[in-house]
Design a protein. Structure first.
Length: 236
């Protein structure tokens, strides 16, 4: 009986050791399971076995992969609501998955055990607002997985100590000054206002195309009057 007890204790300790959360780390030559890109990723696994990975895809956009524990029999739906995340005390974001991307707005992707979602456009040295910025400014990321049988599972990951791994894997500057944040607000508010004008009488593809053509004047040249003049020259 003593031998049986010792074996049981040994097995329990082995499982406990496996469940200990890893530190944030950079995984090099990691393969994105959805599109096959071979890239670097920042990864952390929590005590329950849920894994969070952030990576910069070959199109320069930053995405995240949220995975169920490898030992679970739970599964996620492949379309519809699959996940809700909340960085620290910031607003929650609900993620919906689609099986066939429509090519206009990128929604999430699910393969039943993981959710892949767009987080940041990547067209700047560092995010100044949005989900990735909130993650960089928080110490914990909370998540709720919506399973295919109607149940939900809650978990969270520490963000403490994540900055070095995120900076290396995503090739970003973690810190951002107030002037950059203020300019990002100008860009966002300008684009939202213009998009609302474009859709005031229903979707206007020509107006959206004009925004795309004039966009670099605002985002790259940082010239708001120039952007507005460009739109006006196209009738908007």
């Amino acid at each position: 009986m003593l031998r049986g007890i010792l074996v049981a204790i040994s097995v329990t300790c082995a499982f406990a050791s496996a469940a200990i959360a890893a530190e944030w780390e950079v995984v090099r030559e990691w393969t994105d399971p959805f599109v096959g890109d071979e890239i670097s990723a920042a990864r952390v696994t929590n005590e329950e076995g849920f894994t969070l990975m952030l990576f910069r895809s070959e199109d320069s956009r930053v995405r995240a992969l949220y995975s169920l524990p490898s030992s679970t029999f739970d599964r996620l739906p492949q379309e519809g609501r699959v996940l809700m995340i909340r960085p620290g005390e910031h607003d929650s974001k609900e993620i919906e998955a689609e099986i066939v991307p429509d090519g206009i707005v990128e929604n999430g992707r699910s393969d039943g055990i993981a959710v892949r979602d767009l987080m940041w456009h990547g067209q700047a040295p560092s995010p100044t607002r949005g989900t990735l910025r909130n993650i960089l400014d928080s110490d914990r990321l909370y998540a709720r997985f919506f399973l295919d049988d109607g149940r939900t599972v809650d978990t969270s990951w520490t963000l403490e100590g994540s900055h070095p791994a995120l900076a290396e894997a995503l090739e970003i500057e973690v810190a951002v000054d107030q002037a950059e944040r203020d300019w990002a607000d100008v860009v966002t508010n300008t684009l939202i206002a213009q998009a609302q004008r474009c859709s005031a009488n229903g979707p206007d593809r020509a107006c959206i195309n004009a925004m795309d053509a004039c966009g670099d004047i605002l985002t790259e040249d940082r010239d708001k009057p120039g952007f507005e003049a460009c739109m006006a020259s196209r009738g908007y």
